[in-house]
Design a protein around this ligand. Structure first.
Ligand code: C2E
Ligand code: MG
Ligand code: MG
Length: 754
């Protein structure tokens, strides 16, 4: 029941809530109905006893009226309210009109004074004012001293009528209406509490919203449909240059993004679309990130500052370009690199007309190695850079000047079939290149090997031409000529042969394809005084290869170290066998290359081998060519002295072919000098050669060295050599180089002969 009477307000829509009205209406009606029931029963009982049936009818009428009002208060509260006001006026009228006692009648009229209050509660101020105006009439009737009009013919009122009416007034003014007003005030209190709570919530949520709005991570604006800025966060204000309090249009602060000064300035707000680029009045590039319709015809606009983004994009683009540039260009000189040249050649070679050829001119900066060693890599780099600039300045733009490898540059020339014009052009360009380049104030010599290779119509790919260019340049370098050399098949074959020997040596070392032969050395009586070990190689791939061919290649590729180790070990093993055979050792000479002489572990290697096979140092000699001593002289002397000190013999081989001076020769710890066979071959034919041989023999005598003539093939040569005092002889005239088994047989024969 209480729930039905009090109802409860909707907490969310307190302002518009009418629940309290219905509740107050029900309270007034129900309390009025109950009171009226009490008074009605009492007055009705009295009226029944006195026969005043109209009172019963009036009581009944008000019961019905109030019951109907209660009924409608549930379904149609407005009608219920109207019925309540009507009941009040009807009650006042009935009391005044149907009760003859003037005092009671005037009391009854006072009923209507509650009507404006009830009217205000349920219908608003206008109805209340109207009722206040209407109430002037009953007030006037009460003030008048004249009797109030009464229903004619009525008897005296009920004995307790005064009490009934007073009770009605008391109960209505003191209970029904106050209860209704209490309900109203209660609703008001609750509403105030709710309102203050929601105000607080609103403030908190506004602060949160403000925080989000400010820190949402972008420039956010709230605009109306015309584009007037209603609100903007500080990022947006900063971006578009707006003072926070300004009321202005967004488009008034912007102009078309790609527009120049002459471009249409302000775009239309309605035409703005996401992604559109605009410029602020300060010239900043921005973009519309998003436009979203909000409530109340408002729009939320998200702006993005593109100036940084654009800078980043530009930087990214530049770095991408740089990366692709570096991929196709040389870092140091910025010239195109090999892969770019290849791409270029692959493009132009197929388009070459049959009567034309393409000349690839390669230039190798030979002097760079010396400069790197002597002055450091930085100077070398600076020189390469300056040279590249000088070259690029001389080569025509179509020449595609390229850094092919570290010190190899190249460019292209269009040539006719006989290729002479290309050679002339290349020679001219090379003649224009600087002969010296200054780095850090110091002049450095520029030495070049220049070569040309020509395209062929049967070339499978650009690699063929580049490879021919390499071969041409390698052969130009080997010939040492300063003129431009043209690729030729002989040079290419020579280089190919060199490459295949280089590779085959590695395999030969593993497959043990090397072996030694021995050539005896004899004295004046043709007695064998020693042997020279000479290496032989029958390659499974290349057939018989002469040491004169493969030793220089092994020196170049570094495999000579393993070869020498093999020779030293083999010779020591054979010396042991000979010693075992004849009871004493026969000295064996080993040829050392220039690289062997300067290797740090030479003495260690020799000692180890001698120890392994139990060979005394006197049994081992080393032959070093004169040219092998040029270069790292001090180190060579140091190593040779160490060998000599140990007791090993040292011989200078091929003497006379180099350019050793007497003073230089005296520094070497030499035991013996071998006269080169080219002089021996000239004995009897060339007087000059004979003179040289005489000089060498005298020189050896001065230095206390023995002399050996190599390559003795005839008796005439022997006679001459013996006559001038040459100590020992070696050559086909005595013995050819022979297998070790033959040496053993020979020694055995000599032993048994003795
Ligand atoms: P070399 O040390 O001057 O050796 C002498 C060369 O002359 C040998 O050639 C030998 O067979 C050859 N010869 C000897 N007597 C005569 C003759 O009467 N007439 C002619 N025409 N030639 C004669 P080979 O064996 O072909 O060796 C050539 C060069 O290879 C050697 O010249 C030597 O410098 C080098 N060599 C040979 N074996 C080795 C080795 O084990 N190590 C090193 N580092 N070099 C070696
Ligand atoms: Mg020799
Ligand atoms: Mg020799």
């Amino acid at each position: 029941m209480f729930q039905w009477l009090l109802l409860s307000e909707n907490t969310l829509t307190a302002a518009e809530n009418n629940v309290w009205k219905e509740s107050a209406l029900r309270i007034i009606l129900v309390s009025g109905f109950l009171l009226e029931m009490g008074i009605g029963i009492l007055s009705g009982w009295q009226a029944l006893q006195l026969g005043h049936y109209y009172i019963l009818a009036l009581d009944g009428l008000f019961f019905v009226l109030l019951a109907i009002a209660i009924y409608y208060s549930v379904r149609r509260p407005v009608l219920g309210s109207a019925l309540l006001i009507a009941t009040i006026y009807a009650a006042a009228f009935c009391i005044a009109y149907f009760i003859t006692d003037q005092e009671i009648a005037r009391l009854g009229l006072m009923f209507v004074y509650t009507a404006p209050l009830i009217g205000r509660m349920f219908f608003g101020p206008r109805v209340a004012l109207l009722l206040m105006g209407i109430n002037v009439f009953p007030f006037w009737l009460i003030l008048r001293h004249d009797a109030l009009p009464t229903y004619p013919g009525l008897g005296p009122p009920l004995a307790d009528a005064h009490g009934y009416i007073q009770s009605l007034l008391f109960l209505f003014f003191n209970i029904c209406v106050p209860l209704g007003v209490f309900r109203l005030l209660h609703a008001l209190d609750a509403s105030i509490i709710r309102h203050s709570k929601s105000s607080k919530d609103l403030l908190a949520s506004h602060a949160q919203y403000q925080e989000i709005f400010e820190n949402a991570g972008g420039a956010i604006l709230l605009c109306d449909v015309q584009g007037t800025i209603l609100k903007a966060n500080s990022q947006a204000n900063l971006l578009i240059g707006r003072d926070p309090g300004d009321t202005c249009k967004l488009t008034g602060l912007l102009r078309a993004g790609t527009g120049t000064a002459a471009a249409p300035a302000t775009p239309d707000f309605a035409s703005l679309v996401p992604g559109q680029e605009l410029r602020t009045s300060a010239g900043k590039l921005i973009t519309i990130d998003r436009i979203t319709s909000a409530s109340d015809n408002h729009c939320i606009v998200l702006l993005r500052d593109m100036s940084n983004m654009r800078q980043m994009q530009d930087a990214l683009e530049q770095s991408t370009q740089r990366v692709s540039f570096l991929r196709s260009h040389d870092h140091l000189t910025n010239l195109p690199n090999r892969s770019m040249l290849k791409r270029h050649l692959d493009e132009i070679l197929p388009t070459l007309r049959p009567e034309r050829r393409l000349a690839l001119v390669t230039l190798r900066l030979d002097s760079i190695k010396y400069i790197n060693d002597a002055h450091g890599m930085a100077t070398g780099d600076a020189l390469i850079k300056s040279f590249a600039e000088a070259l690029a300045a001389q080569v025509p733009a179509s020449g595609f000047c390229t850094r092919l490898r570290s010190v190899v540059f190249c460019f292209l020339l269009d040539s006719d079939a006989d290729s002479l014009d290309a050679v002339t052009q290349a020679e001219y360009i090379c003649s224009q290149l600087p002969k010296e380049i200054a780095v850090d104030g110091e002049q450095h010599q520029v030495r070049l090997s220049v070569a040309i290779a020509f395209s062929r119509h049967d070339d499978a790919s650009s690699d063929d031409l580049i490879q021919r260019g390499k071969v041409a340049n390698d052969s130009a370098r080997q010939s040492g000529g300063q003129q431009v050399s043209v690729f030729d098949e002989t040079a290419a074959a020579r280089i190919r042969r060199k490459l295949s020997i280089e590779q085959a040596i590695v395999a030969a070392l593993k497959a043990r394809e090397f072996r030694l032969v021995f050539q005896p050395k004899v004295d004046h009586d043709a007695a064998i005084v020693g042997l020279e070990a000479l290496i032989r190689w029958r390659s499974s791939l290349l057939g018989e290869v002469s040491p004169a061919e493969f030793i220089p290649i092994a020196e170049g590729s570094g495999t000579i170290r393993q070869i020498t180790a093999f020779v030293v070990d083999q010779v020591c093993a054979h010396i042991r066998q000979i010693t075992n055979l004849q009871g004493s050792c026969l000295p064996v000479a080993i040829n050392l290359s220039a690289i062997d002489v300067v290797r740090e572990d030479l003495l260690m290697l020799v000692n180890a081998s001698c120890q392994r096979h139990g060979v005394a140092p006197e049994c081992l000699e080393f032959e070093i060519t004169e040219t092998g001593l040029i270069g790292n002289e001090n180190l060579a002397i140091q190593h040779l002295e160490a060998l000599r000190a140990k007791g090993f013999g040292i011989t200078i081989d091929d003497f006379g072919t180099g350019y050793s001076s007497l003073s230089k020769l005296s520094r070497f710890p030499t035991k013996s000098i071998k006269i080169d066979q080219s002089f021996v071959a000239q004995i009897g034919l060339n007087e000059k050669s004979e003179l040289i041989i005489r000089a060498v023999v005298s020189l050896a005598a001065i230095l206390s060295c023995t002399t050996v003539a190599e390559g003795v093939e005839t008796r005439e040569q022997e006679v001459f050599l013996k006559a001038i005092g040459c100590g020992f002889f070696q050559g086909f005239y005595y013995y050819r180089p022979m297998e070790f088994e033959q040496v053993v047989a020979l020694l055995n024969a000599n032993l048994s002969g003795a």
